[in-house]
Design a protein around this ligand. Structure first.
Ligand SMILES: [Zn+2]
Length: 200
């Protein structure tokens, strides 16, 4: 991880219907690739206020923007923002990498394969990708950059806890984020639970 470099690109005022945030653009530069993340920060996150509530969300255009019922991304995103707003402090780290890292067009190709009966993991494998390409170097670096030492992570994914702890962030609590399931997302959640170890 020594070749990883974090760069803050921009910071600005960001009022939303959920609350009044600061918005940041960050890029993480590895040897020959650049990852981007947008961060919404609410309130004072200094350690004196206790562990900060943090959500790491991976971009899902179809869910986040179009309210797709093929996955639970949009409802998780809203629940996370609402919980952060209710506490008056916290961080949403929005990773600009579509479909767990496979890219938007490949995600649509995976939908096509799922329509033919494959589950999300099988579809990614058929397209030549690992089930989940994400690593958490960028969010961990962002959390450290913002001076947060301890987090309460809004996640159902134990891998995220382990990845952050490996990167030197203390996860004092994993707070589950359970959106009410919709019909079309039931199979997707079953795959997350049975093949990816998510606690949903
Ligand atoms: Zn999604």
């Amino acid at each position: 991880m020594s070749d990883f470099h974090l760069n803050k690109v921009a910071e600005a005022d960001f009022p939303t219907r959920f609350g009044h945030f600061r918005i940041f653009g960050f890029e993480g530069i590895k040897t020959n690739e650049v990852e981007e993340a947008v961060v919404l920060k609410l309130g004072d996150l200094s350690p004196a206020g206790g562990p900060a509530l943090v959500r790491i969300h991976s971009e899902c255009l179809t869910g986040d923007v179009f309210h797709s019922l093929r996955c639970d991304c949009r409802s998780q995103l809203e629940l996370a923002i609402e919980q952060i707003a209710a506490e008056g402090r916290g961080l949403l780290i929005y990773e600009h990498q579509e479909g767990r890292g496979i890219g938007l067009m490949n995600k649509l190709r995976a939908y096509e394969l799922q329509d033919q009966g494959l589950d999300t993991v099988e579809a990614n494998v058929k397209l030549g990708f690992a089930a989940d390409l994400r690593d958490y170097a960028l969010p961990a670096a962002i959390i450290r950059y913002l001076g947060v030492k301890q987090v309460r992570l809004l996640s159902n994914n134990p891998d995220k806890v382990a990845a952050l702890e490996n990167a030197g962030i203390e996860v004092v609590e994993r707070a589950p984020i359970i959106a009410p399931p919709t019909g079309a997302a039931t199979e997707y959640l079953k795959t997350k639970r049975e093949k990816m170890g998510h606690l949903v």
